[in-house]
Design a protein around this ligand. Sequence first.
Ligand SMILES: Cc1ncc(COP(=O)(O)O)c(C=O)c1O
Length: 394
Amino acid sequence: MTYYETTRTPGRHFLQIPGPTNVPDRVLRAMDNTTMDHRGPEFGHLGARILANLRKVFQTEGPVVIYPASGTGAWEAALVNTLSPGDTVLMCRTGWFASLWKEMAERLGLVPVLIDTDWRHGADVPAIAEALNKDKAHTIKAVCVVHNETSTGCTSRVDEIRAAIDASMHPALLLVDTISSLASIDYRHDAWGVDVTVAGSQKGLMLPPGLSFNAMSAKALAAADNAKLPRSYWDWRPMLAANETGYFPYTPGTNLLYGLDAAVAMLLEEGLANVFSRHDRHAEATRRAVRGWGLEIQCAEPRHYSSSLTAVRVPDGHSADALRATILAKFNMSLGNGLGPLKDRVFRIGHLGDFGDLQLVGTLGGIEMGLRAAGIPHCGGGLQAAVDYLAGNA
Ligand SMILES: Cc1ncc(COP(=O)(O)O)c(C=O)c1O
């Protein structure tokens, strides 16, 4: 039997993992259309409109390219278009996804130098500054940072990293993964001097998985002319040439692009500032609930709190996975699991994408009931703390 034949729980499933997120009906309806000829006359208009509007979401005047791939593909594109075999890259290992990006860099023949955290903070900016200041020979070719570490719920301060690079007068490129922050948490490709931004469709952009993105600066484009890592599918140059007229060098994900067109329109209609403050407000309500339960937030630094997800530690001797299994079985809600060393130690609440107050109240209600059902020691009143906050700030 397939999964949809065995799913019998009435009511709508709550997909509260930190991506893929809930896809709005308007986006689903946009995708439910006849696939068009991607080399035909209509397609160029669609492609050109999407590529222009996407720039607003990345807060850039420069180009954005779209790959029919998951976010991992856009990670690879960022590296192979700008770097050469043996290049040193400074990588901030803030959690599971930063670790995976580092492993990819090694497999591609790059030499990562690591700046670690305890997975409870964002990137260590003074340590980045120190490494760059020491690197008088400019062997470091790029600084790589995950803006929002989805495994921990810690956000790194990209503006401060930019300031540290500038202060050291170091020429390294700045490559930033925004897979779980773009269109949820304020992110400014141009203003923060980012050279390559990596993003994915399945989180703040409210689409199913399957598209990923690179935005690039003029400096990154110049680096692409000299980069020596092998690249073919990910090569920006044929992509940018075809994008000039709204087309793609190979078959694009046509129906996902219909959805992207609708999703970007929704974000721009709401206004990016409103999108960000909605996420900030839901994140604050969630943290109040967690504190009300007497549980601990994985992120230990309030300046690094994520507005797209909250990772919650379960008390020692208790299983976060058993809690998640109980909540799924009894209340039809999926929560994110702990990754790597956080396996079974945390559960992650996704509060990003197409998400409103009542969905958050339902999510937190399901967790509160689940904590009770799974026998996790906690205080009552977490849900109430969130409701009080939302009602006072509605
Ligand atoms: C911050 C971050 N980077 C990279 C990835 C990998 O993206 P994908 O699974 O779409 O390939 C994810 C996936 O969740 C992520 O959250």
